[in-house]
Design a protein around this ligand. Structure first.
Ligand code: AHR
Length: 699
């Protein structure tokens, strides 16, 4: 067991040798990637550039909001007994999630000065429903406050013009229409006329230059008499991601969030989930086919993370669907790794499986094959590929990996996996499928999937964990003993979070840290220590991605995430800074570190393109002196990046206002002389160094 508070023994300088001449273990080029799920308003209300909540008047919500998500087997022992004695209706946590759909097509819209109703499009029109405004008092004001709803949440910026687009029909209206941006007190920040110069449905565009930087709402004001029909309302910042690019013809993305993702140097993106893949039963699993056509034809579905919100208030608009996902991958140089539904429910919530020989399951297999066609097929011969081309991407997308199911397990899932894998192998040989390998909880080891698929080098096994920092400190050698030569690991979700108080307390974690405040430096430090073990074993750990990725501060369902954002700001958490440091300084081969690492110090080194990258993590409370001898190093100045802080330091962001950064990287100058460098590691810190290496004369 590592002791985080112990000083390093003695004051001697430890000597380590970096064997750049012995760098032979290959590092997976896809080691660091991302996992995106629409949780915590990560997509709708986050990455999606459209600020309008329920933009197409088709909101679908869960009937049973407010159930917390907590798997029963995560409940600590004592508590389990207490709960066993309680009546089911008194239980604070629920093992299953009976779901129900509530169509609430006008949710998040208010209308003052008239009557608002929802109407259905005729069968000849692609949209499902629209809003009808009856203007009774000569002036009616329709308002949307954005995300998460209930108060003004749209970010307006005096430096950033905005674009509004909407469909309107004013055949039965005599009067004028204008669109306004207003602040929280109703003061008008921008006001523009909406032209209505045609009969039938017409597309209107308005450009705004807000007069102030603040949070506010969108209003559409009808002055006159009659009815106005409205649909597909989109309000975006003009410089959204994809602006002016014909490929981005459908959903649009929020630029600052995309840039924060890009700065992590991600090599792949796993999407769409997560539990979202399975939904809550009753056909609410993620259906990629609903997410790739023109926006007007995309149907909303409830978001199962609405279960943790009052009134189940979380609808998936699918404005970020598979088309936008593949484009984002293309723009940031990431390999797409889609996850498809395997015909099983989210087994944390309920345990239901389609019969493997049923027509419904045959359709699941076909959906998977159609997805591959859609992404990679020829638009002149394939219906699905033609949809891709029509959206603006005639060239195929790359697709080499496919996840089948999320956190599924047991014989029914494994039979489903085998059937889907067989169909994919036959139709698309060479595509690697990913089997679910379980959620690793304290005290547990690998899932039975390893026993079945462990020897198959054509398979990746997807393990997840959300364990305590203490668990991670003790797991830095976890992958040293994973078998080689067969399946490789896809670490598809992980973070040092849950478990502070779930029965695996580490005696050395300070008492003050037992409350699970998210995103403390302690958690990031634990992840850094763990990642040294990941890098040393990056021949068998082929992919890794943190989870969850995005969180709208104050309104998330999962408190500990990689990136916190508000309507106007993005904060790089301490955990983000660690991920960034590791992912941007990685070579192609593992460099052995000879010599004994001091207690509480973890290291990994790698070599690529003539540069040796070294990461050192110290979790002790005392500084550690080190002398590094580096084979073939060039003498001269080097700059180390150091991240450190108090264990409870957190980079905080509120819904309004500027971030408060307590953890930030800093640079320290060092000197390499005679092939060696001397340094002192700060207590509880991470240090990264990159050295230029001379080519081996034998090469
Ligand atoms: O990342 C949040 C959730 O954790 C994912 O949806 C699920 O796969 C896991 O249980």
């Amino acid at each position: 067991m590592t002791d985080i508070t112990a000083p390093s023994p003695g004051n001697e300088t430890a000597r380590l040798r970096l064997r750049s001449d012995r760098a032979t273990t290959p590092i997976s080029p896809t080691l660091y990637g991302l996992f995106l799920e629409d949780i915590n308003f990560g997509c709708d209300g986050g990455l999606s550039a459209n600020l309008v909540n329920n933009h197409s008047f088709e909101g679908v919500y869960l009937t049973n909001g407010t159930l917390p998500y907590a798997p029963l087997d995560l409940i600590p022992d004592g508590a389990r007994e207490r709960f066993a004695a309680m009546a089911p209706e008194d239980l604070p946590l629920q093992p299953t999630t009976p779901a129900g759909r509530r169509l609430d097509r006008l949710r998040h819209w208010s209308f003052v000065g008239g009557r608002l109703e929802s109407s259905r499009h005729s069968a000849a029109t692609p949209g499902a429903s629209f809003a009808r405004l009856h203007v009774d008092d000569e002036q009616g004001t329709l308002e949307n406050q954005g995300y998460p709803g209930g108060f003004p949440g749209m970010a307006f910026d005096a430096e950033r013009p905005m674009l509004l687009s909407l469909l309107i029909r004013t055949d039965e209206f005599r009067g004028t229409l204008e669109a306004r941006l207003v602040d929280a007190d109703g003061a008008v920040l921008a006001c523009e006329a909406v032209q209505q110069d045609a009969r039938g449905w017409q597309q209107c565009q308005v450009r705004f230059a807000p007069a102030a930087t603040t949070l506010g709402s969108l209003q559409i004001v009808a002055t006159g008499v009659g009815t106005v029909d409205i649909d597909e309302v989109r309000l975006v910042h003009e410089n959204h991601w994809g602006a002016g690019d014909p490929r981005w013809s459908q959903g649009l993305l929020r630029r600052d969030l995309v840039e924060a993702l890009g700065a992590l140097a991600p090599r792949f993106l796993r999407f769409p989930g997560g539990c979202i893949v399975e939904g809550c039963g009753d056909g609410s699993h993620y259906d990629w086919k609903k997410t790739v056509g023109p926006l007007l034809t995309r149907r909303a579905e409830y978001n199962l993370w609405g279960q943790s919100r009052t009134d189940g208030d979380y609808s998936q608009s699918n404005q970020i669907g598979f088309y936008e996902y593949f484009l984002l991958c293309e723009d940031l140089g990431m390999a797409p790794i889609p996850v498809v539904w395997a015909g099983d429910s989210c087994q944390t919530r309920m345990d239901e499986h389609l019969p493997v020989d049923s027509a419904e399951f045959a359709a699941v297999v076909q959906d998977t094959l159609d997805l591959i066609e859609w992404a990679t097929g020829d638009p002149t011969t394939s219906h699905w590929a033609a949809l891709r081309a029509a959206a603006g991407h005639p060239e195929p997308f790359p697709l080499h990996h496919l996840g089948i199911g999320n956190e599924n397990f047991g014989p029914e899932y494994l039979a489903h996996f085998e059937r889907i894998k067989h169909a994919v192998d036959r139709a698309h040989p060479g595509l690697t499928v990913i089997v679910n390998g379980g959620v690793i909880r304290p005290g547990e080891n690998a899932d039975p999937a390893w026993a079945i698929w462990g020897e198959d080098e054509g398979v990746l096994i997807d393990e997840h964990f959300y364990n305590s920092p203490a668990w991670l400190f003790n797991a830095t050698k976890r992958y040293d003993t994973y078998p080689r030569g067969g399946a490789r690991l896809f670490l598809g979700e992980y973070a040092a979070y849950l478990g502070y108080d779930l029965g695996d307390r580490h005696p050395a974690v300070p008492e003050s840290m037992l409350q699970p405040e998210p995103n403390t430096w302690l958690s990031a430090l634990a992840e850094a220590a763990f990642l040294t073990g990941v890098e040393r074993n990056a021949d068998v750990v082929a992919f890794s991605c943190y989870a969850p990725l995005l969180n709208l501060v104050g309104h998330g369902q999962w408190p500990h995430c990689l990136i916190d954002f508000s309507p106007s700001r993005v904060v790089r958490t301490a955990n983000y800074l660690v991920q960034q440091l590791f992912a941007t300084r990685i070579g192609e081969y593992v460099v052995p570190v000879d010599g004994e690492l001091p207690a509480n110090v973890f290291a990994s080194a790698s070599l690529g393109d003539g540069v040796l990258h070294l990461k050192l993590v110290t979790i002790g409370a005392a500084p550690v002196a080190l002398t590094l001898a580096i084979d073939q190093v060039q003498d001269g100045a080097v700059v180390a990046t150091v991240i450190g802080g108090a264990l409870d330091a957190v980079n905080r962001l509120a819904f309004e206002g500027e971030p408060r950064m307590e953890v930030e990287p800093r640079e320290v100058g060092l000197e390499v002389r005679g092939g060696s460098v001397e340094l002192i590691l700060d207590p509880t810190s991470v240090l990264a160094l990159s050295f230029a290496i001379s080519a081996n004369e034998d090469d």
